[in-house]
Structure formats: structure tokens, C-alpha cells
Design a protein around this ligand. Structure first.
Ligand SMILES: Cc1ncc(COP(=O)(O)O)c(C=O)c1O
Length: 416
């Protein structure tokens, strides 16, 4: 039997009385605790915790992390602009983007740190900022990731400069007299202390060849166990294994490398629960399924449809009776399933729930990462949902209003 992770029944009643479901509710305490966890990791030569804001760019989350002394990684010009608009200092921001956007030059001029993720981007940096410093993202050619969709290393991945192109990297750096000071990796999910140790020679080889590098950014992608039978990456063990390698590297070379980690999910995933309502119950006969239809779905929470992740669900009522249900979203789309098989987004799985009625509340936990930010926004013209913040004091406040219906078509031009 599930109970919500941090929402009490009083909070749920308050939310129901004051807002229209569906609503995302973030916990300030969870966000702060996660940030403190990572900042307290031991490090021989100092370390930086850089929040991968793509996981959730809500202004207030950015500000909470800013106040907690985190730095930030932006994956596009627009993300970088968003963070600067939140009032965060450019010297805490790096941009490592798949696309070289039109505003990259202005961003670097304003003090944002640039990581080139392709030779073309490195050329751009050299041409515009000769004699300055930047980072490079390298694909070391070893694959990680527990399934192909989230692998960001290896020959199948377009992320980063292929490891065999170090000569070209150095030629560009020399041509423009730029200094490469940061090596940036992101290996995708399911990385373990063993996989990091096994790949150590790949990064040290690059560090030996490019002697100007003083910072190693190990990216994010640490698996977070959501359901009881899943296993989280042991981030502290990964960190210790990597730190030890860098201590050995120091003994060998006298180079002190500053470590950075760049998690997204780890910092935000468990900080958010979604409060939705059961808006219908239908079945496909006694041998098949009874479906609970909710008033939210892939337009608010796309991670199930994209990756087949499972999230803990709690029906809020006083029933003692338990029934097997499949839970689905409200979008007119067969992939809008909320209880899919693990990592098999297209297959329905039933789970045992308290006997539900229409209008019961359902709380979906662990939805803080890659849901609000990756939402299949406005599909079926559903407006973006409310976002609330549960303050440390216990007060619940609005941090984003429910989208106004006219906002959905505001930019359409009526030519008929
Ligand atoms: C460069 C980079 N850093 C960090 C992250 C964050 O990954 P996660 O949220 O899985 O920790 C990503 C995710 O795609 C990434 O591409």
C-alpha cells in the first residue's frame, strides 16, 4: 500500500480547495537537502555541484539552488537566458549545447562559460574569443546507459567530440590561441563506480595530451531508483572512486584537477508530487482491464510514455478494499499510460490500489525531473498545470499559475 511521499491529507485537502487539479507540488526541504548532500561530498582539490537545469528549469527551483551555492549547466541559449533572467550571476553558468545558438556570443561576452560540444563550436569560440578559455565535451567512445534512448557515449551518440579527434581539437586551440581548461563528459544513466574506474584511462589520456585542463566535469545521469525493486546509482561511491583516481593522477603529474558533477534528476526528481483526480473508470470486460482515467497525463508527465519509468501512485480515500487497476492519462493517445511495464512504455501493467471512485485524488510521486520541463505541452489543448511550492514552514504557495486558455493560441495569426 502506498502513501504519498511528503503530502499529508490536510495538504491535499488544502490544495483541492484552493487550486484546480492537476497540480505539481515541489518540496523546498527536499530540494535543499539534495543540494546539501552533494555539496558535502569530500574532495581533495575542491568540487563544484552544477545543476543540469534541463531536468527542471522552474525559476524558484533555480533560485533555491542558487541560494544553496550550486552552479548551473544550460543546454541551450534559451536555458542560459532563462537562468540569467532569474537573476543568477553568469559566472555560475556554463553552456554545453547540442546546438550553437545565435546568442552564444552574447552569452559568453556576459560571462557564461562555454563548453564546445563539436569541432564547429570550437572554431566558433576560437574565431570570436581568441586568447580566451573554454571547455570541450568529448565522447570517449565507450557506451553506457541502461537502454539506447539514454546512452550518451559511444559510436551511436552525437554528443561531444569523438575521442579520436584530439589532434583536430589541439590544432583549433593553437590556431586561435585558446586555452582548453575543462574536460566535460556525460556518460548517460546506469554509471557505476566500476564503469568509471574502467573508463579512467580514457579521460587521463586526454588530460595527459591537453595539459592546460584543470577541471574535469563528470556530467550527470545517475540512476535514481523510484520503485522499491529498483536500485539507485551509488553516487557517493562513484564520487569516491573518481576522486581517488584524481588523487593518483596528482601523485603522478602534480596536477590538481578540480572536479565537477552535473546531476539533474538526482537533485529534483523526488522533490515533486503531482496531485490529480480520477475522472472516469472504464473496463474492457471481466478478463481484461479496469482503467482509472486521470485528469492529467503525458501532457504534464511524459516520462512514462518516453521511457516506461514507473512512479509510486497513491489513491487518497478510506477504502480497505484493494483492486487491480491500470491507470491512464487523459490524452487522446494510446501511449498515454501511467502504469506501464518498467522500461516498456507500450505495455500496460496493472497494480493493486485502494478501490477508487470518480473524483478521488491520486498522488503521483517522484515526478520532479524531466516532466514539467519535457511536457508534451498543450496536446489536446490542455493548459499547463499549476505549480506549487511547499515551503519549509509548511505553507503552500503558487509558483506558476495554471496556463490561461488563450495563452495556448496567443501566437497564432488569424489569416482567414
Ligand atoms: C551534459 C549533461 N549533463 C547532465 C545531465 C543530467 O542528467 P541527469 O538528469 O540524468 O542527472 C545531462 C542529461 O541529459 C546532460 O546531457
Amino acid at each position: 500500500m502506498n502513501t504519498p511521499r511528503f503530502l499529508t491529507s490536510d495538504m491535499i485537502s488544502h490544495i483541492r480547495e484552493n487550486y484546480q487539479t492537476p497540480v505539481y507540488v515541489y518540496s523546498e526541504k527536499e530540494l535543499q537537502e539534495r543540494a546539501q548532500d552533494l555539496l558535502s561530498f569530500p574532495s581533495s582539490f575542491g568540487h563544484t555541484v552544477r545543476y543540469a537545469m534541463k531536468a527542471n528549469p522552474q525559476k524558484n527551483i533555480l533560485k533555491i539552488f542558487d541560494q544553496a551555492w550550486l552552479s548551473f549547466d544550460a543546454s541551450s541559449d534559451f536555458e542560459a537566458l532563462r537562468i540569467l533572467a532569474a537573476g543568477i550571476s553568469p559566472d555560475k553558468v556554463q553552456i554545453s549545447s547540442q546546438e550553437l545558438g545565435n546568442l552564444a556570443k552574447e552569452l559568453v561576452e556576459s560571462g557564461v562559460f562555454f563548453v564546445a560540444t563539436s569541432l564547429h563550436q570550437l572554431e566558433f569560440f576560437g574565431k570570436n574569443f581568441p586568447w580566451k578559455s573554454c571547455g570541450i565535451r568529448v565522447n570517449p567512445g565507450v557506451s553506457s546507459g541502461w537502454f539506447a534512448k539514454i546512452s550518451t557515449w559511444g559510436a551511436n551518440s552525437s554528443f561531444g567530440i569523438w575521442h579520436e579527434k584530439l589532434d583536430e581539437i589541439q590544432d583549433i586551440a593553437q590556431k586561435y590561441d585558446i586555452t582548453l581548461i575543462k574536460l566535460h563528459f556525460h556518460i548517460g544513466s546506469e554509471n557505476t563506480p566500476e564503469s568509471w574506474v574502467a573508463s579512467a584511462e580514457h579521460w587521463f589520456e586526454i588530460l595527459r595530451q591537453i595539459e592546460t585542463i584543470t577541471i574535469f566535469d563528470m556530467g550527470g545521469g545517475h540512476k535514481m531508483a523510484i520503485m522499491p525493486d529498483e536500485k539507485s546509482a551509488d553516487l557517493e561511491a562513484i564520487w569516491n572512486a573518481v576522486s581517488e583516481k584524481f588523487l593518483n593522477f596528482y601523485e603522478e603529474t602534480w596536477r590538481r584537477i578540480h572536479l565537477e558533477m552535473e546531476p539533474g534528476k538526482y537533485l529534483v526528481i523526488n522533490s515533486c508530487s503531482m496531485v490529480v483526480e480520477i475522472q472516469d473508470i472504464v473496463d474492457t470486460g471481466k478478463d481484461w482491464y479496469t482503467f482509472l482515467k486521470t485528469n492529467s497525463g503525458m501532457n504534464d508527465m511524459p516520462r512514462v510514455a518516453m521511457y516506461g519509468v514507473q512512479e509510486p501512485l497513491s489513491i487518497i480515500n478510506d477504502s480497505d478494499e484493494y483492486i487491480d487497476y491500470a491507470v491512464v492519462g487523459h490524452c487522446c493517445e494510446s501511449s498515454d499510460i501511467i502504469t506501464s511495464k518498467l522500461y516498456d512504455a507500450e505495455s500496460i501493467e496493472v497494480r493493486s490500489f485502494k478501490k477508487a471512485s470518480i473524483w478521488d485524488i491520486l498522488v503521483i510521486d517522484w515526478v520532479g525531473a524531466y516532466n514539467a520541463s519535457m511536457a508534451i505541452k498543450n496536446y489536446n489543448s490542455f493548459p499547463e498545470s499549476w505549480e506549487l511550492l511547499l515551503r519549509e514552514s509548511g505553507e503552500i504557495i503558487e509558483i506558476r499559475k495554471r496556463e490561461n486558455l488563450v495563452d495556448i493560441w496567443r501566437n497564432e495569426i488569424d489569416v482567414m
